[in-house]
Design a protein around this ligand. Structure first.
Ligand SMILES: Cc1ncc(C[n+]2csc(CCOP(=O)(O)OP(=O)(O)O)c2C)c(N)n1
Length: 356
């Protein structure tokens, strides 16, 4: 039986009209900021895929299509809130204020964001690669802040695939029982590598799962930056006010590959991608800016130039600051290198015949 998923909350309708009742009524400069961050993230994302193809960074998880979800959610955070992103949430880091150089240094194989994060007081954790393990951590961090009497909440980001993990259910259950000030932010981008959303859960929506844990779930158009911002702001305000957790399902789409080592043409068709590209979040924000705030072609050109320059500058700085060689692959895991690895090292590093 096909289960019909209910509609999503949105501010910006696909035809460009605005739902006044849901509009968070942000100032023009805040909307420009939300757009600027999305353009910055996309410019970086495209560059990162190129850098991978050129062998200059390691495996990279593209975020294209998810800019509004990531930027809208991170922008809603207050300075004292905590943020737990994943490996795909580069735009969240940028919106949170992490310098792009730091994101790049990590992708170049050095550091893990955390080295630089504390001095800057970003309260933003390193990206989690094991799926859903950050959820219990986020709940615990929220509870700890609550015990200390701090006026803050935590936001934890994850994908639709993460909702099949035990850690998702444990985190949600704990948050519900202890009224943890935690906002669960699920970017339902329709795919978990090659597994479609329909094979992930038999529930009509991900948002409805919150009801089983005794709190509210909200479904929002994840390609509508204003709707995401409004939903996450409300949830964070409620969490800080002692009203407990909330689950937000941001319905969006991963336009690119799962990572730079994935070929999505093996499991999804071009028509599906094209349909979602029609609802592109960055374009939608630009159209809104033009209609509502008089954004001009000159503004657009200036922003694009700024983003290109800023990305190029960050890449140059990060590449200058890092100098890993192939031998470093063997240095970071074992205190004493096992014999098998020593032999591999000899072959790769010490053999002058090997073309690097
Ligand atoms: C515990 C665990 N199991 C399996 C994997 C391998 N893996 C990496 S990404 C991924 C899919 C995750 O999909 P989703 O949660 O929807 O997030 P998305 O990648 O779409 O952003 C899987 C299974 C992993 N990283 N961690």
């Amino acid at each position: 039986m096909a289960i019909q998923a209910p509609d999503v909350n949105r501010v910006l309708a696909p035809d460009g009209t605005v739902d006044e009742r849901a509009d968070p009524d942000l100032s023009a400069s805040a909307v420009v900021d939300l757009y600027r961050l999305q353009v910055f993230a996309r410019t970086f994302d495209e560059k990162a895929v190129t850098l991978h193809r050129q062998g200059r960074i390691g495996t990279y998880a593209p975020l294209q299509g998810q800019e509004a979800a990531q930027v809208g959610a991170a922008y809603a955070l207050a300075e004292d809130d905590y943020c737990f992103p994943t490996y795909r949430d580069h735009a969240m880091y940028l919106a949170r204020g992490l310098p792009l150089e730091d994101v790049l240094v990590y992708l170049l194989g050095e550091g893990n964001y955390v080295d630089r994060q504390d001095p800057e007081g970003l309260r933003t954790f390193p990206p989690t690669i094991p799926i859903a393990t950050q959820l219990p951590h986020a709940v615990g961090t929220g509870m700890a802040a609550d015990y200390r009497g701090d006026d803050c909440a935590t936001l934890v980001s994850f994908g639709d695939g993460a909702t099949s993990e035990g850690d998702f259910h444990e985190g949600m259950n704990f948050a519900g029982v202890f009224d943890a000030p935690t906002v669960f932010f699920c970017q339902n981008n329709q795919w978990a590598i090659s597994v479609p959303r329909e094979r992930q859960t038999a529930s009509a929506t991900i948002a409805q799962k919150a009801r089983a844990y005794g709190f509210e779930g909200v479904r929002v158009d994840g390609n509508d930056v204003l709707a995401v911002y409004a939903a996450v702001s409300d949830a964070l305000d409620a969490a800080r006010a002692g009203e407990g957790p909330r689950l937000i399902e941001a319905v969006t789409y991963r336009q690119g590959a799962h990572t730079t080592t994935d070929d999505p043409s093996k499991y999804r068709d071009d028509e599906e991608v094209a349909e979602w590209v029609e609802r592109d979040p960055v374009e939608r924000t630009r159209e809104y800016l033009e209609d509502a705030h008089g954004w001009t072609d000159d503004d657009e050109r200036e922003l694009r130039e700024w983003a290109d320059e800023r990305v190029a500058e960050a890449v140059a700085t990060a590449e200058d600051a890092t100098g890993l060689g192939v031998e470093d692959i063997f240095e970071q895991v074992y205190a004493e290198t096992p014999r098998k690895l020593r032999r591999q090292r000899e072959q790769v590093v010490d053999d002058p015949e090997v073309d690097r």
